[in-house]
Design a protein around this ligand. Sequence first.
Ligand SMILES: [Zn+2]
Length: 206
Amino acid sequence: MSDVKNKHDSSRAAVFLDRDGTLIVEKHYLSDPDAVSLETGVGEGLELLARLGHPLIVVSNQSGIGRGMFEARDAERVNDRVAELLRQRGVHIAGWYVCPHVPEDGCGCRKPEPGMALAAARDLDLALEGCFVIGDKRADLELADAIGGLGLLVSTGHGRECADWARAQSRPVFDDLGGAARFIAAAGAEDAPGAHSPPSASGAIR
Ligand SMILES: [Zn+2]
């Protein structure tokens, strides 16, 4: 076993997570913490990534704030509820980032713009190269492109609507976050120093 760290070691790569439709069941412009429920596969998937030491960061477009449909503090309350549900599974989210703007604002943080990921990299001292972004929208995958990461589409939330687009570009598509998490775990095992027989990720991509 070598002590030399692989330059592109993805065994502890940061994992950026979309919130609505990925971590929690998509509800149109959700602002009520009592309406929060975790999507399928999320508990197991994040437990796995947390156990492997991947920093987990939530990056969420919340244009409902900019549209005046709810307040920033409502979005925070929803985040707090998600954090609470994840804490019950022993999962800690290292950072929460919300873009409150509408597309017309032309801000630098609304996905696929990289502002939230760049802020997280600065705040948490993370490397973005080789990171992962899991989400149910094209903007999540394009965020990954923008920061040198790999985008993983989940079919929950709005994911089915862009699954064909993603597959046509040979982008990985999964049933849910659990599948995406297992893919990351397998990729990390392959990169881990001293790994001789990496588990195959084949079958994970549908
Ligand atoms: Zn923004």
